[in-house]
Ligand binder design. Structure first.
Ligand code: ZN
Length: 506
């Protein structure tokens, strides 16, 4: 079943040479709308309801140091060589109080597809909101380009086909009139916060077999697929916004009146701004970890320490953390949401927090942090094969809690409470409701990973995960890749396990 999209008008935008001085307002199509269901439990990361009046408090020494297994060296380089990834440079002015963004974006796109490209297809998520996105210029070497803008999709017609191995440089000028943030999403403004997520045009992946990969939005789960890219963002805060604190996908450095953010090999660059952030800081080696929060101090501090432990455990188990910093940011939402180097967590989790790590705050926080490996480092099609990031991120929670001897508690709290059923390889468009979807993909996904681990043993299981993360770091995987690497690490027959959990055995 495919999502029903509101009637959208195909718009052709012809940009002329005078555009930089005469901004053209692109007529906006009817936005895609989600009608919030007040009774729904929409959450990309399923969580258990808040504990009742008498929560069990766990006495935990502050910042306990778990005994970590020695990390097995990964023989495969984590990064592609530089120059093969798209590069995005932004000059951004953010007016926090009026919710306005003015941006100049330069996209350097190397054609790594192996075939000539007559066009580029860009995702423009802000155009899904009425009156949010205005394209003011689109040029190549100062020559205007022709583009069509249709909902979230912009087709840029190239004057001459981009040959394999060639790189094209596009300049895109745009403004955002940010919308109020929906409870279920992250993009937009609240009275005390501005979140910039999937906020700029980016080139979606091209696959010679599938074409351009830009799936329809869906009320739950994620629909975007990303190539890994490099980012340089130069940010200026508008007059009157100087008191605002910025959380970002990478650390910021002051440079000539700008704050410069650099991020390599990531799927997307996210920002959150607030004049009311409180910050709890930690670090793992050279990796700064910052928890940006509004509510209880204990919750914000607990997240900073739990994130530090999670990074240490996951580095030992999966391979090096892929980024240079980590920001954990509270926002008004029902759940958590991952981006590269930055994750969002529901303010409700902070409010529910009663101490310890047996709660949504830490389990969902750890889940989103695990996505730095399973989403950020190893990319996948989040709409059609969501288990490749969600099952692994959920199972990573178990990997975290086993260091605290809380494995049984975790299975009960996060998985068995829901009596999960369904196929792990369910996709977001399969036509089932949110809860059965997450039960199948996330929770049965975790059980599938546990069954694999029991069958092949810890040593082969974690060697497989490290090899998989290393080999497919900064790339995108499909189910077949997952199983191909698995079979290199075990001769065990796992076909009965696959048959029990997968509708279509890969
Ligand atoms: Zn997730």
């Amino acid at each position: 079943m495919k999502p029903i999209i509101g009637c959208v008008l195909l718009l052709t935008l012809l940009l002329t040479a005078c555009l930089p001085t005469t901004p053209v307002t692109v007529p906006l199509p009817t936005p895609w709308l989600v009608t919030p269901n007040p009774n729904a439990t929409l959450t990309p990361t399923p969580f258990r309801p808040a504990p009742a009046a008498t929560p069990t408090l766990l006495t935990l020494p502050p910042a306990p140091a778990p005994t970590l297994p020695a990390a097995t060296p990964v023989n495969v380089p984590l990064s592609q060589p530089s120059g093969v990834r798209p590069h995005y440079t932004f000059y951004v002015n953010l007016d926090y109080h009026t919710h306005q963004v003015a941006a100049q974006e330069v996209i350097q796109y190397p054609n790594q597809t192996g075939v000539p490209l007559e066009r580029l297809v860009l995702s423009v998520q802000p155009n899904l909101w009425t009156g949010c996105f205005t394209l003011s210029s689109l040029t190549q070497n100062d020559r205007p380009l022709t583009a069509t803008l249709d909902g979230q999709r912009m087709d840029v017609i190239l004057p001459t086909p981009l040959q394999p191995g060639e790189t094209i440089t596009l300049a895109v000028g745009f403004q955002l009139n940010l919308p109020p943030k929906k409870f279920e999403g992250t993009f937009g403004f609240l009275g005390y916060q501005v979140n910039l997520t999937n906020w700029y045009p980016f080139v979606v992946p091209y696959d010679p077999a599938q074409g351009w990969i830009l799936h329809d939005p869906w009320p739950f789960g994620e629909h975007l697929v990303y190539d890994a890219a490099d980012f340089d963002l130069y940010l200026q805060l508008a007059e009157g916004s100087e008191d605002v604190i910025i959380a970002a996908s990478s650390p910021g450095v002051a440079e000539n009146g700008w704050t410069h953010y650099h991020l390599e090999g990531a799927r997307t660059f996210a920002l959150s701004a607030s004049d009311q952030f409180k910050i709890a800081e930690s670090a793992l080696g050279a990796i700064p970890i910052r928890s940006y929060y509004f509510g209880k101090q204990g919750a914000g501090e607990r997240l900073a320490s739990a994130a530090t432990q999670a990074l240490a455990i996951f580095q030992a188990r999966f391979g090096p953390y892929p980024y240079s910093s980590l920001s954990i940011v509270a926002t008004e939402s029902p759940d958590g949401q991952e981006f590269d180097g930055l994750v969002f967590l529901s303010e409700e989790f902070y409010e529910q927090y009663q101490g310890g790590i047996k709660n949504n705050l830490v389990s969902i926080g750890v889940h989103e942090i695990a996505h730095q490996w399973w989403f950020g480092l190893v990319g996948n099609d989040q709409a059609l094969e969501p288990w490749l990031d969600e099952a692994l991120a959920t199972y990573s929670e178990r990997v975290f809690y086993e260091y605290y001897d809380l494995t049984s508690w975790w299975w009960g709290f996060r998985v068995n409470y829901f009596s999960p059923a369904g196929w792990v390889d369910t996709n977001v468009y399969d036509g089932i409701a949110f809860r059965p979807y997450t039960n199948a993909v996330y929770l049965r996904g975790a059980k599938f990973m546990e069954a694999l681990r029991l069958r092949i043993g810890d040593e082969a299981f974690f060697a497989f995960l490290q090899d998989y993360a290393g080999r497919y770091g900064r790339r995108r995987v499909a189910a077949a890749d997952f199983f191909a690497v698995l079979h290199e690490h075990t001769s065990a027959d796992v076909s009965d396990i696959v048959g029990a959990y997968f509708k279509h055995a890969p």
